[in-house]
Design a protein around this ligand. Structure first.
Ligand code: HEM
Length: 212
């Protein structure tokens, strides 16, 4: 189906998708701030974002469940687009060209490139682990049901998953805002230019500008 717009732009995300994404992003910032505040006293000042220590402690788990649910909606939407295909592996073998922005002759890619796809699966894995471990350590509601050793292991899994997700999101922000110029407007205005689509996602571009 052709979705090229009058102005020659291509629709990449509709309003629902963008609202969903930015809601997850805001929750991620609040959860990272409160989570870091619990993790080390050096970050305690960040608890102010949710109204201090007590409110952070109460709200963090509820906001975490909300972020998981909203992320889950987003992940279901993009699941198929993030399945790794043979042309992605070929693209991955040319990583040095990709890093040096030598795009010429790179295998054509679909809606997402291999880096985005790996990151997507890191998000899915860490979100799942954060939810499971978070429920196990959630006092006073669920933690009583688990042995203290299980809770200890869950605390470590929670911290390690959060650390990996935070690093992943830092890379995601860097790539979306600075590295691949023209990507951010996909998530703000919802559209990308024809040139952007042709250069970075040629297969997707062809699919989107297919039979009218
Ligand atoms: C300030 C923070 C963020 C910025 C600036 C940002 C930016 C972007 C941009 C520009 C895109 C479009 C990329 C493209 O279509 O090629 C995107 C897609 C996406 N973002 Fe974010 N993002 C942020 C936070 C997050 C967070 C916290 C999550 C999840 C925990 C997330 C998950 C996703 C997902 C799943 C996609 C769809 C693309 C994919 O499957 O890789 N983003 N983001």
């Amino acid at each position: 189906m052709a979705v090229t717009m009058k102005s020659g732009e291509i629709r990449r995300y509709d309003a629902n998708e963008r609202l969903n994404h930015w809601a997850v992003a805001v929750l991620f910032v609040l959860l990272t701030a409160s989570g870091l505040a619990f993790f080390h006293p050096a970050f305690w000042f960040l608890s102010g974002l949710l109204g201090g220590g007590n409110w952070s402690r109460i709200l963090h788990p509820f906001l975490g469940v909300l972020m998981f649910v909203l992320f889950f909606v987003m992940a279901i939407r993009y699941w198929d687009d993030n399945k790794i295909k043979p042309h992605d592996r070929e693209w991955g073998k040319r990583l040095s060209d990709v890093i040096s922005n030598r795009d010429h002759g790179l295998p054509e890619i679909d809606k997402y490139n291999l880096g985005q796809k790996y990151l997507f699966w890191v998000m899915v894995g860490t979100m799942g682990l954060l939810l499971l471990s978070g429920i196990i350590i959630w006092r006073p509601y669920f933690a009583e049901a688990f042995h203290i050793d299980v809770i200890r292991i869950a605390v470590v899994i929670h911290a390690v998953s959060a650390f990996i997700l935070i690093l992943g999101i830092m890379a995601h922000i860097y790539a979306g805002v600075f590295w691949v110029a023209g990507s951010l407007r996909a998530m703000t205005r919802g559209t990308v230019s024809q040139a952007w689509a042709r250069q970075h996602h040629a297969l997707w571009h062809r699919r989107m500008s297919g039979p009218k």
